[in-house]
Design a protein around this ligand. Sequence first.
Ligand SMILES: [Zn+2]
Ligand SMILES: [Zn+2]
Length: 356
Amino acid sequence: MLNKKSIIILCIFLALSLFLVVWYFAPPSEEVRKFSDKIDRYRPEILTKERENLLLEFDEFAFDHFPILDDDHPLFIHSYLLSDLHKFYRLRFDKLYSEIKNAKVPDGQIKIWYVYNMGVVAKTKNLTIGFDLANRWINFDIPKLADQLDILIISHPHQDHYDSSLVNRALERGVAVVLPSGKVKEEWREPMRSDPKGKELKEIFGNSEHLISMDEDETKVIKQAKITAFAAEHGKGCPPVPTRWFLVEVDGFTILHTDDAELIGSEAVKKIPGGIDIFLMDIRAPNRLSEISFLKPKIIVPLHHWEIFHGKPSTIDDGENFRKILSFKDEVHQQIPTSKVIPLIWGESVSLDTEI
Ligand SMILES: [Zn+2]
Ligand SMILES: [Zn+2]
């Protein structure tokens, strides 16, 4: 039999759990809904002063609603899950998911949606391709994106670039999951790292027949898409890990995704063919301007901004955010006027045709 003290503790626990569940499922505040609706009134490819102000407003919004206990303590998942930023992200994701599911992209067009961090979905008439889709803690619905994909590309096995539930769901559905070749060591609570005595990355992901390993500078045709993997090395601060830049040629369009990484060798960019339509790039990399001057991509989408679980920046100025992206955009537009930078907010999309 429970004594009185146990019953009181149980009641407090149940009340707290009920409160958290009600809070989690409570609708977003009016401020959150209004801001999301405001974003939907803009077309990202039309970069007016008002659009730039909206992007800066997003910086303020994200910074103000970024959950943190205090400056000395890291972000905990539950503080994010109960935050307005989470409710905002869920609104953005629900819209994005139904758009991806229902979009009928005509011949000669491509549509690109921005999901999170370096995660993007590209849809053409014949194929839907996901790049670096992560992380279910941002929104528990993220793994269901697997249901809409034909191909999933994972640039490298860091958890801000893939999600194991999403990968498993994709493999069960016969999605071709493309990833770098290479042996790695996996340890509890440590990022994977290259290790010649470790297991092949494909084995770590379950060795399914739908997993496709790509060697450095290798090209494969996968479900009507021509995919080339370029040798790259991960940005500083992390142990080496198998990583690639992926070039995808699909239905008349060429997409290049840079990962967190730099190509290996100063001449390596010259191996990449010209005529890149969409350059999906990490805004943090120092050499992007010189790469862009060589590649002259038509459209540049800067990514790896406002990444939630790497913690809140101490000020807006020191984070990867739209302020930084807009100043990068100014540099690109001055120096390489044929390339157009299109910054995207979570859940936004841009459509391009072969005449871009
Ligand atoms: Zn990484
Ligand atoms: Zn990353």
